[in-house]
Design a protein around this ligand. Structure first.
Ligand code: MLT
Length: 214
């Protein structure tokens, strides 16, 4: 078996046709961090959970940043392509359905998931973005028609301002994604309601409830 490009955890889904959750951790996390979310989000799904390759003071991330919220866009593009290629290669190696990969990312992991949605349309069937911000604004803006994306951010997040959440939702909608935006009574950390809403959304038809607020 060829070696895949990321240290990762993989577990198959209930059947080969089951979707696969691509779990993407936040800064300082690893491939084990979000495993506990999978049974809550989509119990029948397989799990592919890579570890980010960039080290910031020893903390794994999925791409370099110059400062909090200031991303190294060249690195982000390269890392986005590498991660998207990893997903495709992992599907071939493990035999899961490459057309049914659903990202669930937190913070830095959510940001690279949004970047995959924008830069590599078609790799992600759907994406759940917890505490996400605008990763980059591609010019020209790609078209990702109909990609369902759930943005689940916190109203009191000291890292992701409300305006940044709006900017992200608008960017994804402009690109044609079906965005559901949920604002939780939370900061940067996840709360149980994030998982409850994400599970509901994943269990729904995938159609958008645009502009939804709570
Ligand atoms: C983080 O701490 O991970 C940031 O808020 C998000 C990022 O740098 O991508």
């Amino acid at each position: 078996m060829a070696e895949l490009a990321f240290v990762h955890h993989y577990q198959p889904g209930k059947t080969p046709a089951s979707p696969t959750l691509l779990l993407l951790h936040g800064t300082g996390g690893n491939e084990h961090d979000l495993l506990g979310l999978a049974p809550d989000l989509l119990p029948e799904a397989g799990v592919l959970s890579p570890r980010g390759k960039v080290l910031e003071h020893g903390m794994p991330r999925f791409f370099r940043r110059l400062a909090e919220g200031m991303f190294d866009l060249e690195d982000l593009r390269v890392r986005t392509a590498e991660l998207a290629d990893f997903v495709i290669a992992a599907a071939a190696q493990y035999g899961f359905d490459a057309a049914r990969v659903i990202a669930a990312g937190f913070s830095n992991g959510a940001n690279i998931a949004a970047s995959i949605v924008l830069l590599r349309p078609g790799v992600l069937h759907r994406a759940v973005l917890f505490r996400a911000m605008v990763p980059l604004v591609p010019d020209p803006l790609p078209l990702v028609p109909g990609t369902p994306v759930l943005v689940s951010n916190g109203r009191a997040d000291p890292i992701v301002a409300a305006a940044e959440t709006e900017r992200l939702a608008a960017l994804l909608r402009d690109a044609g994604a079906e965005v559901t935006l949920v604002l939780q009574a939370a900061g940067h950390h996840l709360i149980p309601e994030d998982l409850i809403r994400a599970r509901e959304w994943l269990g729904s038809s995938g159609r958008s409830t645009q502009g939804e607020r709570r």
